[in-house]
Design a binder for this molecule. Structure first.
Ligand code: NAD
Length: 519
């Protein structure tokens, strides 16, 4: 795979007068085709094909990238770290099912393919790894670091997590023993009180929010310097916090939140401090937990500083399934009338979610995930009508990281028939989340090297600081203010894939396959 500082060897090149390759970049002139719909005076809809021309530019040089995790010593943090080391060293280890090799299963970029086109001779589909669509960094090259309120080194943290096989742990233990999380921000009011006993690695100063913000900024700079990095990405995989109240004058605007941080205001959460520190450093910040880190003041701060943010809450198990299944049912014309979702889990995430305020953050993030699909089908659902939807989460220590997710989908079929679909999903939660952390980091980094312009612009510019392109990996996707949220899984994947295709001048794959259908 590509080396940092070098242009990556391309698996394919695009043969088109609209696509230009240089050592530094790939540029494409692209026609974006959409449809504008208006209502005529007689009440009919009129659909007008609409074209916009964009130029895209992709920097080809692969940077050396650091990924700093907040909550590095948690189940996800320790699992993704061990997984990357195992892949980097190409490890294999004995298990009771035989020899297991390191892989990146569960990463859409590393382990799924996209159709590039049709073979010129046979007409067969030609598929390429998603990762090869654009010159992306490789997860093996990520330099890992981060913070945790627990001082445990990463090897011990991996034992505490109880996720990986002992035979694998032995092989990565030495390296992980050397990894120690930096002290972090701990405001006990934001996470469950049952987390207090692991908080032995906290920044001094009580609620001295400005000092904490400055310290996190220094940590990021030091990490970058020490590891000779071109870029750093920060990702929150720490405990779920309670929601912060939105208080006018405190966290509603960029200026207010900076002033409130200076004043040490109680309602500014640790995750918002991390977000502000990253934005001020121009470092992308992704939130993998459900709380409202991105209060309006943080979003406007990101807009002002043109610094990338993305969130919220990894879409790993139950919700990923839901956003695929509900999309299928409703788009097949079946009227889903209720969704009942139960979870029980026994890891530290479950323990933290056992308290009401933290559970509430998760409940909110899990609740709105079918809204867009319901709203799109006005044949099945009247204005404002919704399927019943309940989410329950219980802490059951015995099941550890092997989270159980039980879902019942109940719906109405042809002529009053009823259908019940019941799903029982068991797997290690952290093995689902870890590849998402990798995808989030890789796509985010890629977005820092993509720019665009209108044909009339002189200069290329960035995408909107709120990276809704990350939606596939996130349960409650943050979108630029005033823009729609897409939860449907297939649409999210198409958006990611087709934006990347556009960057190398390829049209979206339409799946029409007319070449096989016409006589
Ligand atoms: P975990 O409890 O094992 O890890 C969280 C870590 O964060 C702990 O080590 C804790 O000490 C640390 N921490 C808490 N507050 C901190 C702070 N202010 N600064 C630095 N570190 C802090 O949990 P996990 O299973 O790794 O999950 C992490 C987060 O990801 C949770 O919020 C969870 O809800 C979210 N999430 C996980 C999944 C999944 O599939 N695993 C899916 C969606 C969301």
């Amino acid at each position: 795979h590509g080396q940092a500082g070098q242009p990556q060897g391309d698996l394919f090149t695009v043969n088109s007068p609209h696509v230009v390759y240089t050592d530094e970049s790939i540029t494409s002139s692209y026609v974006y085709r959409t449809t504008k719909v208006t209502k005529t005076p007689s009440g009919n809809l009129e659909a007008t094909p609409f074209e916009t021309k964009y130029d895209f530019k992709v920097e080809r040089c692969i940077p050396k990238v650091g990924l700093m995790l907040v909550g590095w010593g948690g189940n996800n943090g320790s699992t993704v770290t061990a997984g990357i080391i195992a892949n980097r060293k190409n490890l294999s280890w004995p298990t009771r099912e035989g020899t297991q090799k390191a892989n990146y299963y569960g990463s859409v970029l590393m382990s799924s393919t996209v159709k590039l086109g049709n073979d010129g001779i046979t007409g067969d589909d030609v598929n390429v790894p998603f990762h090869k669509l654009l010159p992306m960094i490789h997860p093996n090259d990520l330099v890992l670091g981060g913070w945790d309120i627990s001082s445990m080194n990463l090897a011990d943290a991996m034992d505490r997590a109880q996720v990986l096989e002992p035979t694998l742990k032995l092989l990565v233990r030495k390296e992980m023993e050397q990894m120690k999380p930096l002290p972090s921000i701990y405001y006990p009011d934001f996470i469950a009180s049952n987390q207090g006993d692991r908080a032995d690695n906290v920044l001094p100063g009580g609620s001295a929010r400005q000092e904490h913000l400055d310290k996190i900024r220094t940590d990021i700079r030091d990490f970058k310097l020490k590891n000779a990095l071109d870029k750093v990405i920060v990702l929150w995989t720490a405990n779920t916090e309670r929601y912060a109240d939105i208080i006018p004058g405190v966290n509603d605007t960029a200026n207010n939140i900076l002033t409130a941080i200076k004043a040490g205001h109680d309602e500014i959460s640790p995750s918002s401090i991390f977000a502000a520190a990253c934005i001020l450093e121009g470092v992308p910040f992704i939130n993998g937990s459900p709380q409202n880190t991105f209060v309006p003041g943080i979003i406007s701060l990101a807009e002002i500083h043109k610094s990338y943010i993305g969130g919220d809450d990894f879409k790993s198990g139950q919700t990923k399934m839901k956003s695929a299944l509900v999309d299928f049912l409703i788009s097949a014309g079946i009227k889903l009338t209720s969704i009942a979702s139960y979870n029980h889990l026994g890891n530290n995430d479950g323990k933290n979610l056992a308290e009401q305020k933290q559970f509430r953050s998760k409940e909110i993030s899990k609740s709105n995930v079918v809204d867009d699909m319901v709203a799109a089908n006005h044949i099945l659902y009247a204005e404002g009508e919704h399927p019943d939807h309940t989410v329950v989460i219980k802490y059951m220590p015995a099941v550890g990281d092997h989270k159980r997710a039980l879902d019942e989908y109940y719906g109405e079929l042809f002529m009053g028939g009823r259908q019940t679909i019941s799903i029982f999903n068991v797997c290690e939660d952290s093995l689902l989340a870890s590849p998402l952390i990798i995808d989030l980091a890789l796509v985010t980094e890629m977005m820092t090297r993509i720019s665009w312009k209108n044909s009339s612009d002189d200069e290329y510019r960035n995408f909107h600081p709120v990276l809704s392109i990350l939606s596939f990996m996130l349960k409650a996707p943050l979108t630029p203010p005033g823009t729609p949220v897409v939860n449907a899984l297939a649409k999210q994947r198409n958006a990611l894939c087709n934006i990347f295709r556009a960057c190398v001048g390829l049209q979206p794959e339409s799946d029409m396959t007319l070449e096989h259908k016409l006589l």
